[in-house]
Design a protein around this ligand. Structure first.
Ligand SMILES: NC(=O)c1ccc[n+]([C@@H]2O[C@H](COP(=O)([O-])OP(=O)(O)OC[C@H]3O[C@@H](n4cnc5c(N)ncnc54)[C@H](OP(=O)(O)O)[C@@H]3O)[C@@H](O)[C@H]2O)c1
Length: 321
C-alpha cells in the first residue's frame, strides 16, 4: 500500500540529499533515505529530521526486488546518486546511466507518482568528458523509462557541506599560488544547496511532471571570479596563475592518482565548457522558482573557518563589492 506522503531518496547522504531531507521533513513529508552503509552514513542522515519523519534503508547492491519493495511504499522517488571520479568499482556509466535507468524503470513498474532525476548543467557540448556523456545517457534512459520524470540540471551546487568551496578554501589557505585552468575564464552559475532543494520541494508540492529544468543561481561568475570571492571571504591574497593546458594535464594526471582526487583529466576536460543556461531548456526562473542566494553572501557564513583566527576572524572580514 502506498503512503502518499512518503518520498524515497537515493543518494540521501550527500550534500543535496541532507539539505533535501531537512526541507521535506520540515514541511511534513515523510522521507525514506537510502544509503549504501547505515553504519558509515546513518549518523549524519539521522540528524537531519525530527523523530518520526525519517526512515533509513540500506541498499548496497542494486537488486530490483529490494528497490521495488521500497518503491511500493512511496509516491515520489528522487535520484541523487552521482560520482565525480571513477574508481575500480564505480564507473560513470554504471552510476549515472545504468543505476538511473534501473531506478526509473522500477519506479514506472510500481506506478510511483513522480520521479525526479538530478543530472547536471552544461554537459551537452562536453563530448570529450565521460562524466558528461554518462549523465546525458542517464537523462535519455530516465525519459524513456519514465516519460513524466522531471530532470534537473544544476550548475555547481555549494554550501558548507560541499566539496567545492570548502576544498578551495582549504587549498587557498595553504598554497601561495593557485593554478588557473583555461585562464579561469570558464563561466558558472553557482546555486546554493538550499535554493536547489527549494526547487525540488516546489516540484513535489506543485506536482510538476515531464519537464527538464536547468537550475541556476542569480549570478554568472567565471572560475577566476569565484576564486577571488573565496579569497576575499577568507581574507587572503594569493597569486592566481594561468597555466597552459599541457601543464594542467600533468597536474591532473598526478592528482588523479589520489584516492579522492582534487582534479582528474575528465574534470579538466569538463572545465573547458561554460556551465551556464543553454536556452535549450526551461530554467527554474521560468517556473517562478527563483534562487536568490548570492555566492559571497552565503560563503561568508562559513568561510571564517578557513581565515586566520578562525571564528574570531569574522569581524575582520569586509563585505565584497
Ligand atoms: N554538487 C554539485 O555541484 C552538483 C552539480 C551538478 C549535479 N550534481 C548531481 O547531483 C546529485 C547529488 O549531488 P551531491 O552533491 O549531493 O553529491 P554527493 O554529495 O557526492 O553525494 C552523492 C550520493 O551518491 C551516493 N553514491 C555514490 N556512489 C554510489 C554508488 N556506487 N552506489 C549508490 N550510491 C552512491 C552516495 O550515497 P551513500 O554513500 O550514502 O550510499 C551519496 O549520498 C549527483 O547526481 C550529482 O552528480 C551535483
Amino acid at each position: 500500500m502506498k503512503n502518499q506522503d512518503s518520498i524515497l531518496i537515493f543518494g540521501s547522504s550527500g550534500q543535496i540529499g541532507k539539505s533535501l531531507i531537512r526541507k521535506l521533513t520540515k514541511n511534513n513529508y515523510k522521507v525514506i533515505a537510502v544509503t549504501r552503509s547505515i553504519h558509515r552514513k546513518g549518523y549524519q542522515i539521522k540528524t537531519q529530521s525530527n523523530y518520526g519523519y525519517l526512515e533509513l534503508e540500506e541498499i548496497n547492491s542494486f537488486e530490483e526486488e529490494k528497490i521495488s519493495k521500497l518503491m511500493e511504499r512511496c509516491s515520489v522517488c528522487i535520484n541523487l546518486i552521482g560520482i565525480l571520479f571513477e574508481n575500480k568499482k564505480n564507473h560513470f556509466r554504471l552510476i549515472h546511466s545504468e543505476v538511473a535507468s534501473l531506478l526509473s524503470k522500477v519506479a514506472s513498474k510500481n506506478s510511483v507518482g513522480q520521479f525526479i532525476h538530478v543530472s547536471a548543467l552544461g554537459i551537452e557540448s562536453a563530448k570529450d568528458s565521460m562524466y558528461a556523456l554518462s549523465k546525458l545517457d542517464g537523462e535519455k534512459k530516465v525519459k524513456e523509462n519514465f516519460p513524466k520524470a522531471v530532470i534537473l540540471k544544476p550548475s555547481v551546487v555549494y554550501s558548507v557541506d560541499d566539496n567545492f568551496t570548502t576544498n578551495f578554501m582549504s587549498l587557498l589557505s595553504i598554497l601561495p599560488v593557485m593554478p588557473l585552468y583555461y585562464s579561469g575564464n570558464t563561466k558558472f552559475t553557482p546555486i546554493h544547496v538550499s535554493d536547489l532543494t527549494d526547487i525540488i520541494f516546489q516540484i513535489i508540492d506543485r506536482k510538476i511532471h515531464g519537464e527538464t529544468i536547468e537550475c541556476v543561481g542569480p549570478e554568472v561568475l567565471t572560475f577566476k571570479e569565484m576564486l577571488k570571492i573565496i579569497l576575499k571571504s577568507i581574507n587572503k591574497n594569493r597569486l592566481l596563475l594561468p597555466i597552459p593546458y599541457f601543464l594542467a594535464k600533468i597536474n591532473a594526471k598526478f592528482l588523479e592518482l589520489f584516492p579522492k582526487p582534487l582534479l582528474t583529466i575528465d574534470q579538466l576536460k569538463l572545465l573547458k565548457y561554460d556551465n551556464v543556461v543553454s536556452k535549450k531548456y526551461k530554467t527554474n526562473y521560468d517556473f517562478k522558482m527563483n534562487s536568490n542566494r548570492k555566492f559571497y553572501d552565503e560563503i561568508i557564513k562559513y568561510s571564517f573557518n578557513w581565515a586566520s583566527g578562525g571564528q574570531f576572524s569574522k569581524k575582520k572580514i569586509n563585505k565584497a563589492n
